[in-house]
Design a protein around this ligand. Structure first.
Ligand SMILES: Cc1cc2nc3c(=O)[nH]c(=O)nc-3n(C[C@H](O)[C@H](O)[C@H](O)COP(=O)(O)O)c2cc1C
Length: 393
């Protein structure tokens, strides 16, 4: 009688082929702004931070990296639009590659989540709208104080193509710096999300109104970048159900599906899949500011994520509030191919090993998330001293 073998359960330590990359495990470093790139130039501190989190066959996504000189909304965020930045990133990418990891650069423009102090000549930040972010949210200023978000300036229709071009050039720069690919940050209330969400986008031109129009900007960016560097080196991040920085939509599932449908079509047109789609779990609305998100997975959000996962034709990555157990569960249930970890990876540089050993985790210190010290709260979190365990990866 033929023996029936159950398929092997997929875990965080099952290998995965992501586009042309062979990953040895599925614990991904989530993109995280850490404000340590002094004056926009990534230096040795970043090399240390990223190599600490590198593993053979691992996958890292950098912090949001600025595509132009109007893109910043935090102090000391690295850019990838100047030659000096490209040269500086090369050293970091080389160091990560030497440790065996794959690394993508997250391309970022904050749009209205900025302030005149971050803008060239003190101008107004750009957005889909003239409406500012409400007082519920505060912006971190270069002197460490918090301010209110100013009134942005809605981009003129003809200006949008220049911003698309900024993304395209930044993607080419990232490849020139040696990155394995890029992630387009279309999430969390920043520029591309400001066009996607009907709670923000009040435009009357071809970039506002219908879902089709609201998706236009991000799709133009994805298409321009994919055409320039190849779809298989492009990941896309969205957060249809996250209200971070007032980014509300009246129909998060409909919006998420609309993006998924368009990405699927683009993949057909380009005859290549994108590297992945990265979706933030709704439960972590206020990840940057508070602990108000709750771990766990209630029915509504599970439905949203599962529906997007089911409809997207390609690699699907989840992020937001995952513990080791929830990550294992999501993979075993087929809800994701990869899981990205943020805060736990801040305070556990050897998170992959700790998960493997099911070892205790170090708690992160929120107060040093966005400070500038190149070591404290950045590269001084402890590794497990268990050397025999370390050799297992
Ligand atoms: C300090 C900090 C900075 C972050 N910066 C970014 C960023 O630059 N780009 C981005 O897409 N998400 C950013 N995030 C969100 C993370 O990628 C991640 O989705 C979030 O922390 C939830 O995952 P976690 O529960 O594992 O921390 C940031 C989160 C934190 C805590």
């Amino acid at each position: 009688m033929a023996e029936i073998t159950s398929p092997e359960r997929i875990t965080l330590f099952s290998p995965y082929k992501m586009a042309n990359f062979n990953l040895s495990h599925r614990v991904v470093l989530a993109p995280m702004t850490r404000c340590r790139a002094l004056n926009g130039i990534p230096g040795p501190a970043l090399a240390e931070y990223y190599t600490q989190r590198s593993t053979q066959g691992g996958f890292l996504i950098t912090e949001g990296t600025l595509v132009s000189n109007t893109a910043a909304g935090f102090p000391h965020v690295p850019g990838i639009y100047k030659e000096e930045q490209v040269e500086a990133w090369k050293k970091i990418v080389d160091a990560v590659h030497a440790k065996g990891s794959i690394i993508f650069c997250q391309l970022w423009h904050v749009g209205r989540a900025s302030h005149q102090v971050y803008q060239p000549s003190g101008g107004s930040p750009i957005s889909s709208t003239n409406k500012p972010i409400s007082n519920r949210w505060r912006i971190l200023l270069p002197d460490g104080s918090y301010g209110t978000y100013p009134k942005p300036r809605a981009l003129e229709t003809y200006e949008i193509r220049d911003v698309v071009e900024d993304y395209r050039r930044a993607a080419i720069n990232a490849i020139r710096a040696g990155f394995d690919g890029i992630e387009i940050h279309g999430a969390h209330g920043y520029l591309l999300d400001q066009f996607l969400k009907d709670g923000i986008n009040d435009r009357t031109d071809e970039y506002g109104g219908s879902i089709d129009n609201r998706c236009k900007f991000i799709m133009q960016v994805v298409e321009a970048v994919a055409s320039a560097i190849g779809a298989s080196r492009v990941g896309v991040r969205i957060s249809p159900a996250i209200d971070h920085l007032d980014a509300m939509d009246s129909d998060p599932l409909g919006l998420g599906l609309a993006v998924v449908e368009r990405l699927n079509k683009l993949q057909l047109k380009q005859r290549s899949q994108l590297t992945y789609l990265h979706v933030t779990q709704p439960r972590y609305t206020a990840y940057g500011q508070t602990e108000s998100g709750r771990p766990g997975s209630d029915e509504e959000e599970a439905h949203l994520i599962r529906t997007l996962r089911k409809n997207y034709e390609g690699t699907f990555m989840c992020s937001g509030g995952f513990t080791r157990e929830l990550g294992m569960q999501a993979l075993a249930d087929g809800d994701a191919d990869l899981v990205s970890y943020g805060r736990l990876f801040i305070s556990n540089p050897d998170l992959v090993l700790r998960f493997k050993l099911n070892a205790p985790l170090t708690k992160y210190n929120r107060k040093t998330f966005y400070t500038q010290d190149p070591v404290v709260g950045y590269t001084d979190y402890p590794f497990l001293s268990n050397a025999s365990g370390r050799s297992r990866l």
